[in-house]
Design a protein around this ligand. Structure first.
Ligand code: SF4
Length: 232
């Protein structure tokens, strides 16, 4: 994607004694300096992790899985956040065109075999993109779903360290922090989407539903495959 010049703004500092943030800072600046990437969906809560990363080092590589199936609002939110936070190395990670043509020539695979669609549009591209890194960070939180209830701050997956600095953050804390920083929200949040993935596989949630109930609604599928569920 085209890089956008950093906007100038006075950043209210957050990084202090928070355990997850401390681990993220150490990973980016010391333990995995130059060898860690952040993976972001630029979804409902993504601004929080990205703000922390920008505060620590705005040149940290940020990988965005450009599946070709996103809401237009997500792409606009991505561009707005990149500009607002001054992130300088946001990379669009795309499916391999040959694999895509062979497996999903008409763009309808998500209707019939969503696991295969995620495999070609998300899992394989991310695996290729992460090949050059020894660690990565995500914005997943324990509160988001039952499959994430036991999420640790640090995991090891396929021999690579994986940091979840916001694992113990509540939705309320995220909201308060985003408001304090006056960071833009994803436009679909106000329309009932607390969790936002690809457009064909995301619907608004109803009152009382799990925040991720709108993802692959009506199917057994709960994750795209880039994250292995953590046993409670
Ligand atoms: S979320 Fe849906 S459209 Fe996106 S890659 Fe997975 S199955 Fe395909």
């Amino acid at each position: 994607m085209t890089q956008i010049a950093a906007a100038s703004f006075a950043e209210p500092r957050l990084v202090a004694d928070d355990e997850g943030v401390r681990l993220l800072r150490a990973a980016i600046t010391a333990e995995y300096a130059g060898r860690i990437a952040v993976v972001s969906s630029f979804g409902a809560d993504s601004a929080m992790l990205l703000a922390l990363v920008a505060e620590i080092d705005p040149a940290t590589p940020v990988l965005f899985l450009e599946t070709g199936m996103h809401f237009a609002e997500t792409l606009a939110h991505r561009d707005a956040l990149v500009a607002r936070l001054g992130l300088t190395d946001v990379r669009d990670i795309r499916p391999d065109p040959v694999e895509l043509a062979a497996n999903d020539p008409d763009g309808e695979l998500h209707r019939w075999i969503p696991d295969d669609c995620c495999a070609v549009r998300k899992v394989a591209p991310l695996a290729r993109a992460l090949a050059g890194f020894d660690a990565w960070a995500t914005g997943r939180r324990r509160q988001q779903s039952r499959t994430r209830a036991a999420l640790p701050f640090v995991e090891t997956e396929a021999g690579r360290r994986k940091f979840n600095p916001l694992a113990d953050w509540s939705a309320e804390r995220i909201l308060a922090e985003l408001a304090r920083r006056d960071l833009p929200r994803h436009p679909l949040v106000a329309r009932g989407y607390p969790s936002i993935g690809c457009a064909p596989c995301t619907r608004a949630v109803r009152p009382g539903e799990d925040p991720r109930a709108g993802r692959w609604a009506g199917q057994a599928k709960t994750e795209c495959g880039i994250h292995v569920p953590v046993a409670a």
